[in-house]
Design a protein around this ligand. Structure first.
Ligand code: ADP
Ligand code: MG
Length: 338
């Protein structure tokens, strides 16, 4: 018998799905991108699903249920935006053990409601069932895109510029901080700790936002990224996905990777290299995308976008040029699910 660990998450998905060819003419894109794309006349329907498991993806010791509901929606919408499409509907399914009360589920749904309002999506269905322990939430997001404006992971070409939105690594450091505080709390429950000063990084973990604003800015600037992915597993892992699917290499400039000062400080406290947190931490829900160099001026004047490197030929590999001027081959650790 084979342990699932031997394949890893992506190896396992490939293993299980390789015998499923696409047979429907309306299936424009199946497995392998942030969302599937289905031809629907003048528009495309874009679909993405994510599952969150208690004890793996969230810990209710420090995650308010309202935040969990909000985040569960946002992480799905992020995948729709990563296609340069607009989410319209969600379905929400959950399995819960008997330890959950109606009041607890009301809190969860208050968060889901807030996300639906913020992002303008409708809750249109789901499924409710029981579980032997804990909670599992699965959300499907359905969006709409224009065929010519969709951005796939596979469209990057040598010479394209690599762009990153927002800042990276803060959500990971927020999680490290919450984990540390939880351990301290278990040993010394009498000590009151104040996380107010670390609001930014804690907020990045507990209440992430999807970059709807970027998709709107692209439209206004008449820009279509040549490729795009959302940064859920860490920059390195996402850059590998783009390079693999586009059959290209990349040169990433460390100096171009945006990191918030609060994340820099917390990384140093944890004796971690901030760039390692940006490359391999997860759950930032920012966008990594590439543009044709002739579109540079369109991007230059958009706020919160950073040019951080260039797409190369596949033979050049995937490299990181450090601030010290050393060239490293990039390693993608990403999140280990198994
Ligand atoms: P993301 O991180 O953007 O949510 P994932 O890494 O979860 O994407 O998934 C990569 C691709 O594999 C997606 O196209 C997803 O739909 C597909 N996929 C994941 N799990 C399964 C599965 N059990 N069966 C079929 N397709 C899957
Ligand atoms: Mg994604």
């Amino acid at each position: 018998m084979t342990d699932v660990n031997t394949l890893g998450e992506f190896g396992l998905i490939e293993h299980l799905t390789q015998a499923f060819p696409i047979t429907q003419p309306s299936t424009i894109r199946g497995i392998g991108d942030d969302a599937a794309v289905i031809d629907n006349g003048p528009f495309c329907t874009v679909v993405s699903t994510d599952m969150l498991v208690e004890g793996i993806h969230f810990d209710l010791a420090y995650t308010p249920l309202r935040h969990l509901g909000y985040k569960a929606v946002v992480v799905n919408l992020s995948d729709i935006y990563a296609m340069n499409a607009t989410p319209r509907q969600i379905t929400v399914s959950f399995a819960i053990s008997s330890k959950y009360t109606v009041e607890a589920l009301d809190e969860l749904y208050a968060g889901i409601h807030a996300a639906c309002e913020t992002y303008g999506v409708d809750l249109v269905g789901g499924d409710t069932t029981s579980a032997p322990k804990g909670m599992v939430i699965s959300i499907t997001a359905i969006g709409q895109g224009e065929k010519e404006r969709l951005a796939y992971r596979s469209g990057a070409r040598p010479g394209d510029l690599i762009c990153i939105t927002g800042d990276l690594g803060a959500a990971y450091l927020g999680l490290q901080l919450l984990e540390r505080e939880r351990r301290i709390w278990i040993e010394h429950p009498e000590v009151q700790r104040n996380l107010e000063e670390q609001k930014y990084i804690v907020g990045r973990h507990l209440k992430p936002e999807a970059r709807r604003d970027m998709i709107e800015a692209f439209r206004k600037a008449d820009l279509i990224p040549t490729s795009m992915i959302d940064i859920s597993d860490g920059l390195a892992s996402e850059l590998f996905h783009i390079c693999k699917q586009s059959r290209v290499g990349a040169l990433l400039e460390e100096s171009g990777v945006p990191i918030h000062p609060d994340a820099q400080m917390m990384a140093l406290q944890f004796k971690l290299d901030p760039i390692t947190c940006a490359l391999n931490g997860g759950e930032d829900y920012e966008l990594l995308f590439t543009i044709d160099p002739k579109d540079t001026d369109k991007v230059r004047f958009l706020p919160d976008i950073y040019i951080a490197g260039e797409i190369l030929d596949a033979a050049d590999g995937i490299k990181l040029n450090t601030k010290g001027g050393n060239l490293h081959t990039l390693q993608a650790q990403g999140w280990r699910h198994f």
